[in-house]
Design a binder for this molecule. Sequence first.
Ligand code: AMP
Ligand code: TRP
Length: 344
Amino acid sequence: MSFQERVFSGVQPTGALTLGNYLGALSRFADYQDKYECLYCVVDMHAITLWQDPKELHENTLGVTAAYLASGLDPAKNIIFNQSQVAAHAEMAWVFNCVTRIGWLNRMTQFKEKAGKHRENASAGLYVYPSLMAADILVYKATHVPVGDDQKQHLELARDIAQKFNHDFADIIRERTNLEDFFPQPEPLIEGPAMRVMSLRDGSKKMSKSDPSDNSRINMDDDADTIAQKIRKAKTDPEPLPDEEAGFEGRPEAENLVGIYAALAQEPKLAVVDRFAGAQFSEFKKDLTELAVTTLAPVSDELRRLKADPGHLESVLKAGSERAEAIAEPIMKETKAIVGFVGA
Ligand code: AMP
Ligand code: TRP
């Protein structure tokens, strides 16, 4: 059985967005808006799985909305909204909490990383985070999910949940809908170079908005001077750039900077390796800075402009939430009926 093609993705409003978010997620979202029906969500309910200051959460939610728009997403073409304004996400997440198995959740590496050594003290929400993420996607029966590769494991879990639901309720699904499967198996849309942008200070760590060092990342709203300074300070090694990709072995920082260049230039990494083969980092960093500044400047200018008008951003989210709700509501209602809830 085939499902209508639909894209869903989400970004957490937990801080200023980084170049990793931009290259790994936002800049790609715009590529899909002409091909698919797309929903882009600010996942404020995921954000509170770790403590968020309420004022900052509010501000960051508008900040991610601005970043979506500044990255080229048209709010008329795409449904741009925040998760907590559509109640069906929470309702579906509860059903999925009862479908997913504790053993599945125990395998999630992100939980282990985020809970750290104090697992007993982590919120229950952090633990069931992946079933809320599955709900986000499946409450729209979305078929395609653009995410960075750090989210692949969660997406696999969403597929497992869809499959188990389809299987557990197979008889009633067939009886009520004449369909084999009620939920699709959502597929990742992960393409192109620099899927995972690493920290500028440590090539083995993901570039993250939650890293305590601001020098570890380029923020989407950094100005040209700040970008230049961060790239100048970025960790490298004493060797010149390699002349083949195999030369990155044991040189994660070099590989990361070349990956960033390739992603910004929208070129294959190999082409960048060829161009800078044998070059010193000082020379390469100069070109990288220029490329980063020219690529990001229009985005960061637009971001600052949009952030200055919170009323506009709120109205974008409200309109988007209404459109999202119109899709989710009938799917949620049918899910409740399948489960056996009276009144659905
Ligand atoms: P998050 O910041 O964790 O809410 O992530 C939002 C989106 O950005 C997700 O699709 C992530 O996969 C992507 N993302 C976050 N950090 C990076 C990174 N360092 N490199 C590539 N993609 C990233
Ligand atoms: N977990 C994702 C992240 O941290 C954000 C997210 C929540 C998401 N729900 C989603 C991404 C649904 C894709 C689809 O990056």
